[in-house]
Write a protein that binds this ligand. Structure first.
Ligand SMILES: [Zn+2]
Length: 474
């Protein structure tokens, strides 16, 4: 890393939003081949007010920057200092985002390889939880004479990197740097910079190709890293290689948490039927065995989700994507348990069945085993396949909250069907319209049963009454 031409950089700004806030100070330390080449810093007139809280934090006041040059004044000179150098910064995405935006305002385009010292520290010192600048200063005994000023903080980063070479081996440092610099190669069809705005939040992302054909829908608890992973360049996954060749546009939907992302993904895949998502497509032949031991019939009945409301039915066992899968499963159970294929309806004719001649059926077909025992044994074998009953009275909302931001979403569900997501009580008031596309579906059922099992007593449930209307609606 230090054999390259490197620039350690820190910016002070008027706030945290790169698209909106402005730079108030720049500090850079230039290092060539591991040797300090020069230091440079300047205040910058942000052409806007610095909020009082930021004045207090950085010590940079409105009065101090009033007569400083603007970023535009400095842009050309700064670009020359940065060009061709590896940019090293703490929380580098923050500084890099600000730099790109400020250069853009000045009519220049800046792009660089970037190394983040937070990530570097996390990689080399995974035993520590905190990697903010104060933690690094304390942990490594770094000296900072001008904390929260740009040049002061940039100097600390340079010190930190020098410390690394004393505490870690060359091979360890090289491996960490290399892993962090493995920048994703942008697919040819995507415009420059379109991936820059993807947030590091949970959500769903959509890839589109020529003529806006949906290529792929995916979900992640970290949209940014998941999307970039598709284009990481090693293309171990053949699908990713094809997506990279075809993609022309990316869209994403932020969600509060994982459940919202999972259910939106399942729904979008079914609505859009993207080229590379075959595995999640809606099966029109979704079916289950219905078997009520209290009923008259000794044989289970195959029922289809397209005909019956699976969320309402009792005594269901499955689920199967097609009749063939249902029949094969029942056949395997029969063989394993010595049940009779004729009694189960898997074969026609009268007993003794062929399996009984092979001593595999215990003889329910010829009266050797009574029907009740046969049914009881079938029920026991089916138990692990039972379709769970909807555990609530009717329609509910499951609240998902992000503890960090306090944002929350309410996912409206009815008998294993996902009706939609609302973000406020006012939206919920109109939730009557949410039920229009109520359809039992295997993926949603699996997502919800897994989620309920995992979260059990911690589920935040809002009962929305059992009549199909939102609470308070008459
Ligand atoms: Zn038999």
């Amino acid at each position: 890393m230090l054999e390259q031409r490197v620039v350690f950089l820190d910016l002070e700004t008027t706030g945290a939003a790169a698209g909106f806030d402005r730079v108030t100070e720049i500090g850079i330390v230039e290092v060539n081949g591991g040797k300090l080449a020069s230091e440079w810093g300047t205040l910058v007139n942000p052409e806007t007010r610095i909020p009082p809280a930021i004045e207090t934090l950085t010590g940079i006041t409105n009065a101090m920057v009033r007569d400083a040059p603007t970023f535009s004044d400095l842009a050309q000179d700064l670009m020359e200092r940065l060009a061709g150098r590896l940019l090293v910064a703490h929380n580098a995405r923050f500084d890099y985002g600000f730099l790109k935006n400020e250069f853009k305002r000045a009519g220049l385009r800046y792009a660089s390889k970037v190394l983040c010292t937070v990530k570097l520290s996390r990689r080399l010192y995974p035993e520590h939880h905190r990697h903010n600048l104060d933690s690094l200063i304390e942990r490594h005994g770094l000296i900072c004479e001008d904390r929260h000023r740009a040049l002061g903080d940039a100097r600390v980063l340079w010190q930190f990197v020098q410390t690394l070479s004393r505490e870690k081996t060359r091979a360890e440092i090289d491996a960490a740097v290399e892993a962090l610099l493995r920048t994703p190669s942008l697919p040819a069809g995507l415009a420059e910079g379109v991936l820059d705005d993807i947030p590091e939040t949970p959500g769903v992302y959509l890839f589109y190709g020529e003529n806006d054909i949906p290529l792929y829908v995916g979900k992640s608890v970290n949209l940014r890293s998941r999307v970039l992973a598709h284009f990481s360049g090693d293309h171990a996954v053949h699908k990713d290689m094809r997506i990279s060749r075809q993609i022309t546009r990316v869209e994403w939907i932020e969600t509060v948490g994982e459940l919202g992302a999972l259910m939106r993904e399942a729904r979008l895949v079914k609505q859009l039927q993207p080229v590379h998502n075959r595995w999640l497509r809606r099966s029109n032949d979704l079916c289950a065995w219905r078997f009520d031991p209290a009923g008259d019939a000794a044989k289970p009945l195959l029922v289809y989700a397209r005909d019956e409301d699976f969320g309402d039915l009792q005594h269901l066992y499955g689920l199967f994507r097609a009749k063939r899968e249902a029949v094969n499963t029942l056949r395997a159970i029969a063989e394993e348990q010595g049940l009779c294929p004729i009694v189960l309806g898997l074969e026609s004719g009268k007993g003794p069945c062929f399996a009984h001649q092979l001593k595999k059926c215990r003889g329910a077909c010829v009266g050797k085993e009574n029907t009740l025992t046969h049914s009881a044994r079938l029920l026991a074998a089916l138990h692990k396949l039972r379709v769970r009953a909807w555990p609530f009275r009717g329609r509910v909302g499951i609240r998902e909250t992000d503890s960090w931001s306090g944002k929350s979403e309410l996912h409206v569900l009815d008998r294993w069907c996902y009706l939609g997501t609302v973000r406020s009580d006012w939206e919920l008031f109109d939730a009557g319209e949410l039920g229009s596309e109520k359809l039992f579906d295997l993926d949603t059922y699996k997502i919800l049963t897994r989620y309920f099992e995992r979260h059990g007593g911690r589920l935040q449930v809002v009962e929305l009454d059992g009549t199909g209307g939102a609470a308070g609606r008459h």
